[in-house]
Design a protein around this ligand. Structure first.
Ligand code: GLA
Length: 511
């Protein structure tokens, strides 16, 4: 085994170095409670490209998200990318491509919501999408955002193709205003591949922004490219925080072209960088090792940490880098050692490398072997295999709690009254916290229509939101409300991601 004589190249950067520009960005980040921790989900592009995106594929993937256990550890957003799912009709309205999506874009959204998942769509800020196969939003920003709201979309990726002559800041600001006017909380994922340096301004108009070009061509991962992208994204670590994220593109974990250790390395890098965990592989067909990597809750706990700090390189020599600068909500720290060499390395992490007093006696948790050792003073030496990582959590105590990881059984309550006589109907949504700290009761926002009341009760790590509907005084028709509930994470007292869900009521009959 090679002993690497690591040379200090980069000093630990404190978070106190925040510039006025960065502070202003933080002050202006959206305060809508959406994606306060990095979004988790799946998008089709990396594996499939445009074909064969259709209703059947999206439904099968939504089923696989649940059946594989991925939903249980927090993955929720799912839907078509540039999958030719809508066109613009002669009235300039967006309409579903019924051939590919026979249930309609609202129908598939309902399917996704009933499974406890969130609905993602794709559009473009220019005249057409990247392959020119679908209309872009240019000139129809307000109408299109209204249609996305009607389809009950929760997340929209907005590409930057065919935008000649458009001002990037004005365009994405208009799209944000349009979404706001449409009245539905929707995560805006900006996709300009780093063009216009969105990290400097986009926190006030969106929730995440691509920092680099595409991570692969459809169907096959490219290890060198994925690593290059990770290192590009790393440099921007000061620009991310709760509700505004640097996005180095969807994951390639589990795709052809990568070994198990490469999959583990990329997943760990994305977790350390608080990057969105949007899987891009075929979830219907995963090896046991891919599932185990994508569902490693201890690594996900680092990614979903409520402080939302993006880790970065604190030391590197040759092809070995140490990533730290990621304090976690319980006072522990995440540390990653990444060995890009084709031979193993023994790497020494000194406590002083990661800003800790060398006399401190610390426990070390390995997040891939799930073993704790210590206490250690001064530092620790770790063997790291070729093209592999060692991912650690370092703490003064030997307890390594998981932050809140919120999973709902459904995001859609549908009720029906068969006539107009006064009736009381009720249905529940159950929200589980897969983390290990207790959460206070969810607080329901007051702005509910008169026909709906929501109460919250708790049983262990599950909380039930009971939705009671009174049809008294209601006429025949369809009624709809969006419920928002907030919680606070245990340490900072700030809200973790708010939970939004739809309640719909049909009052039918003639009486
Ligand atoms: C761009 C994006 C990709 C994907 C394609 C669709 O290249 O970066 O992620 O959405 O468009 O054409």
């Amino acid at each position: 085994m090679t002993i690497i004589a690591l040379v200090w190249l980069i000093a630990v950067c404190g978070f106190s170095t925040t510039s006025a520009e960065e502070s202003s960005l933080k002050a202006h980040s959206l305060d809508d409670g959406l994606v306060r921790t990095p979004p988790m989900g799946w998008y089709p592009w990396n594996q499939f490209g445009q074909e064969p995106q259709n209703e059947q594929l999206i439904k099968e993937i939504a089923d696989a998200l649940v059946n594989s256990g991925m939903h249980d550890v927090g993955y929720s957003f799912v839907g078509p990318d540039e999958g030719i799912c809508f066109s613009r009709d002669s009235n300039n309205e967006l309409v579903t491509n019924q051939k590919r999506y026979p249930s309609g874009l609202r129908g598939i959204g309902d399917y996704i919501h009933k499974k406890g998942l969130k609905y993602a769509l794709y559009t473009d800020a220019g005249t057409l999408t990247c392959s020119n196969a679908m209309p872009g939003t240019k000139g129809y920003e307000f109408e299109d955002m209204k249609q996305f709201a009607k389809w009950r979309c929760d997340y929209v990726k907005i590409d930057w193709c065919n935008t000649d002559g458009q001002d990037i800041i004005k365009t994405y600001t208009k799209l944000h205003d349009a979404q706001h006017a449409a009245g539905r909380p929707i995560v805006h994922s900006l996709c300009s591949w780093g063009e216009g340096e969105p990290w400097k301004w986009a926190a006030s108009v969106g929730h995440l922004w691509r920092t680099t070009g595409d991570i692969c061509g459809p169907g096959r991962a490219d290890w060198e490219l994925a690593v290059t992208i990770a290192f590009e994204n790393e440099k921007l670590y000061k620009w991310a925080g709760p509700g505004y994220w640097n996005d180095p593109d969807m994951l390639v974990v589990g795709m052809d072209g990568l070994s198990e250790s490469q999959n583990r390395s990329l997943f760990s890098l994305w977790c350390m960088m608080a990057s969105p965990l949007i899987a891009g592989n075929d979830l219907r067909n995963m090896s046991a090792s891919t599932i185990q990597i994508l569902t490693n809750i201890e690594a996900i706990g680092v990614n979903q940490d409520p402080l939302g700090i993006q880790g970065h390189i604190v030391r590197s020599a040759g092809n070995v880098s140490i990533w730290a600068g990621k304090p976690l909500y319980d006072g522990s720290q995440a540390v990653l050692v990444f060995n890009q060499q084709s031979s193993p390395a023994d790497v020494r992490i000194e406590w002083s490398d990661i800003g800790i007093d060398k006399k401190d006696a610390l426990y070390v948790r390995n997040l891939w072997t799930h073993k704790t050792s210590g206490p250690h003073t001064d530092g620790i030496s770790v063997p790291v295999n070729a093209n592999d990582v060692v991912m650690l959590r370092i703490s003064k105590t030997n307890k390594f709690p998981l932050p809140p990881i919120i999973v709902a059984d459904s995001y859609l309550v549908s009720l029906r009254a068969t006539d107009t006589t006064a009736q009381s109907l009720s249905a529940t949504i159950t929200i589980s916290n897969k983390g290990s700290d207790d959460l206070p009761l969810w607080k329901v926002h007051k702005e509910l229509p008169g026909w709906l009341t929501v109460t919250v009760s708790k049983n262990g790590n599950k909380q039930t939101l009971t939705n009671t509907i009174s049809t008294s005084g209601l006429k025949k028709g369809l009624y709809h409300a969006i419920v928002r509930a907030d919680n606070t994470e245990p340490v900072s007292g700030k809200p973790i991601s708010a939970v939004y869900y739809d309640v719909e009521l049909e009052v039918s009959g003639t009486k």
